[in-house]
Design a protein around this ligand. Structure first.
Ligand code: NAP
Length: 318
């Protein structure tokens, strides 16, 4: 496994991170048991993964707790999250009070079977929620940090709505957060222009979500995502094969698959520290970690991707 310095946290973590949410939730979204999900966690640790990301809302914290049991806690970097608002609405949030937020942290610690988390994120914060998050919840988390229950404080965006990274562009310069999680992928590499220059300047640890998601996990889904971008006038139809827009990647020497190319694309982006991979399949996990550890895509492929997708800001690949 390759490791990376997670920005100013100075922690060294694996470049491949296990994502315990997303559409798979370690397979639990398809009915896997906690024990089966814990097997994915164990396999990831066996393969050298030290960064594990879960959340209160994923329903996988107990499985992570089972999976890490018996491992040296100090060698693992556990990341979990709680939302600052109840419900789904970004516009009219019903905010959690600090004591409720702390109760959520305590519940996460109990489910994970640990007395501290390395990273506690404010989960899926919108630009509208950011002032409340900073003024009310961050100070509470800093108190928990002083008590030793949280090592670092992070924030994650809601990439499927905030495809232009409005929240992170405001949050990063405040220096309130040690680590951020951003969406970044072949379909929408906009973080390259709007987020990474800021995280690099502020030396903030940066986690990548949505490397593959649905939009890139099959040829048909990529074709559908590209059709929408053509429809919205965000990409030039002359530059893509509408049936198989990323076929040129698979045809290139040394590229194993569209999914492999998607993880490699993220891993070598300047400013990206940990690439998260979410799966309920041990075979996918092994392939994906190998992809994250593989060499950068050749520069001619990166140039072609940039020509096609470089100006996209509206897609997430959800
Ligand atoms: N706002 C937030 O805070 C937020 C939002 C979203 C995600 N996240 C975090 O980011 C992590 C990563 O996002 P993600 O889970 O969406 O991960 P991802 O790695 O971008 O995509 C995972 C999806 O692709 C499929 N897949 C994985 N490997 C594959 C392969 N080799 N071949 C074909 N399909 C494959 C998975 O299904 P299978 O199970 O079939 O492999 C799953 O549906 C999440 O788990 C979560 O920890 C955070």
């Amino acid at each position: 496994m390759q490791t990376v310095r997670l920005g100013r946290t100075e922690a060294r973590v694996s470049v491949a991170g296990l994502g315990c949410g997303g559409h798979s939730r370690l397979g639990m979204a398809r009915g896997a048991s906690s024990d089966e999900a814990a097997d994915i966690v164990r396999r990831a640790i066996d393969l050298g993964v030290t960064f594990i990301d879960t959340a209160h809302s994923y329903g996988t914290e107990e499985a992570v707790g089972l999976g890490i049991a018996g491992h040296d806690r100090s060698k693992l970097f556990l990341s979990t999250k709680s939302s600052v608002g109840r419900g789904q609405s970004q516009d009219n949030p019903d905010y959690l009070r600090p004591a409720e937020f702390t109760a959520s942290l305590e519940e996460s610690l109990r489910k994970l079977g640990t007395d501290y988390v390395d990273l506690f994120h404010l989960h899926g914060v919108s630009a509208e929620q950011l002032p409340y998050a900073r003024e009310v919840i961050v100070p509470e988390l800093r108190r928990q940090q002083e008590l030793g229950k949280v090592r670092f404080v992070g924030v994650t965006e809601v990439f499927r709505y905030d495809t232009g990274h409005a929240m992170l562009q405001q949050a990063v310069p405040t220096d309130d957060f040690d680590v951020v999680m951003t969406g970044f992928n072949i379909l929408n590499p906009g973080a390259r222009r709007t987020v990474f220059p800021l995280t690099i300047a502020h030396d903030i640890g940066t986690l990548i979500m949505f490397a593959v998601r649905r939009g890139l996990n099959s040829v048909a889904n990529a074709a559908e995502a590209v059709a929408e971008l053509v429809e919205r006038g965000e990409i030039d139809p002359e530059l893509v094969d509408r049936q198989d827009p990323l076929g040129f990647l698979r045809a290139a020497p040394g590229v194993k698959s569209q999914v492999e190319a998607a993880y490699r694309f993220c891993r070598h982006e300047p400013g990206a520290h940990v690439v998260l991979t979410g799966t309920g399949s041990a075979a996918h996990l092994e392939e994906n970690i190998a992809a994250i550890l593989a060499a950068s895509l050749p520069s001619e492929l990166l140039g072609r991707l940039d020509a096609i997708f470089g100006a996209v800001t509206s897609a997430s690949g959800e």
